[in-house]
Design a protein around this ligand. Structure first.
Ligand SMILES: NC(=O)c1ccc[n+]([C@@H]2O[C@H](COP(=O)([O-])OP(=O)(O)OC[C@H]3O[C@@H](n4cnc5c(N)ncnc54)[C@H](OP(=O)(O)O)[C@@H]3O)[C@@H](O)[C@H]2O)c1
Ligand SMILES: *[C@@H]1O[C@H](CO)[C@@H](O)[C@H](O)[C@H]1NC(C)=O
Ligand SMILES: *[C@@H]1O[C@H](CO)[C@@H](O)[C@H](O)[C@H]1NC(C)=O
Length: 291
């Protein structure tokens, strides 16, 4: 107990201070000439991210199912100043496509600095009535394909000391009715990618992972889906897209973005961080890492 008092508390304070500190400042030049993939970029937040990246002079490869939508996005990206812009159309229901997409995108750009995973399968807000087929589809598109994409990108990201941005939601941190499958897939992203982040730290893999926890954003899809069901303040997709890019470029662990300022404060879970920090001390890291 004496030990706890002398060493652990100051250590914790330092740790939390570091965790919540805002260090480096973002500069758009950070993305200049960088090679970036954005998934789910035919509309919504993904499209806005592709536009911001283009203005910053990045190389972009975008994907989604709609070839027509992607064509338009790519021509706009070139107008906005992208170093290069390409699209590869396909569905993230198909894990072979997900894997090949990353390889092809890497070849098009000659490497990869940032992987922004953002797509989701469309799902309608309703009470859960036992449609297991739908749960499986949502888990595959919203979660499993994220895992596949990140595995395929890892060799290139290791070479560039690159970054992965995983787009999640408040529904990936707290429970809300009418989105059981969606919520499950977003919680899964947190469990998987937060674990991988710890492992990268332990094994000195210098690839950052940024989990983006978004509130309600004014994309067409979201507005159509919540209309008449939820009365919540909405935040603009353009600004949201920029915050995701900033967070990834600054190699932050998490980005919180919402129209309100109080929700992110409550969502950031210091209890969890403290427990992760303390429990990690019971692991024989040396042995695990050298195996
Ligand atoms: N908007 C919000 O209020 C909100 C809130 C919290 C979190 N988020 C998160 O933000 C991200 C973007 O949301 P958004 O509102 O911008 O969505 P969105 O406008 O509906 O865009 C979704 C994108 O995913 C693509 N997509 C859909 N099904 C696909 C499939 N099977 N394979 C590959 N691509 C597919 C869509 O293009 P195609 O249809 O052409 O394939 C589209 O480009 C998501 O991860 C979402 O969970 C959004
Ligand atoms: C990656 O980081 C390491 C360590 O800081 C550095 O030595 C190396 O040059 C970096 N590689 C690239 C491509 O930035
Ligand atoms: C990891 O990569 C980043 C970006 O290149 C670099 O700034 C940082 O020094 C690297 N960190 C380590 C521990 O190598």
């Amino acid at each position: 107990m004496a030990f706890m008092k002398i060493y652990l508390l100051p250590l914790l304070v330092l740790f939390l201070g570091y965790y919540y500190s805002t260090d480096e400042e973002f500069r758009p030049e950070m993305l200049q000439g960088k090679k970036v993939i954005v998934t789910g970029a035919s509309k919504g937040i993904g499209r806005e991210m592709a536009y911001h990246l283009s203005k910053m002079g990045a190389h972009v490869v975008v994907t989604a199912r709609s070839e027509e939508g992607l064509q338009k996005v790519v021509s706009r990206c070139l107008e906005l100043g992208a170093a290069s812009a390409h699209y590869i159309a396909g569905t993230m229901e198909d894990m072979a496509f997900a894997e090949q997409f990353v390889v092809k995108a890497g070849k098009l750009m000659g490497g990869l600095d940032m992987l922004i995973i953002n797509h989701i399968t469309s799902s309608h807000m309703s009470l859960f009535h036992g449609n297991v087929h739908n749960v499986r589809k949502v888990m595959e598109v919203n979660f499993l394909s994220y895992v596949v994409l990140s595995i395929a990108a890892l060799p290139m990201l290791k070479q560039s000391n690159g970054s992965i941005a995983v787009v999640s939601s408040m529904a990936g941190k707290i429970a809300l009715p009418m989105i059981a499958s969606y919520s499950a897939s977003k919680f899964a992203l947190d469990g998987f990618f937060s674990t991988i982040r710890q492992e990268y730290l332990m094994t000195k893999v210098n690839v950052s992972i940024t989990l983006c926890v978004l509130g309600l954003i004014d994309t067409e899809t979201a507005m159509r889906e919540v209309s008449g069901k939820i009365n919540l303040q909405v935040a603009p997709k353009e600004d949201c897209a920029l915050e995701i890019i900033k967070g990834a470029a600054l190699r932050k662990e998490e980005v919180y973005y919402d129209a309100s300022s109080w929700k992110p404060i409550l969502l950031r879970n210091p209890g969890r961080k403290v427990m992760e920090f303390l429990l990690l001390r019971s692991y024989n890291l040396e042995k695990i890492v050298n195996n």
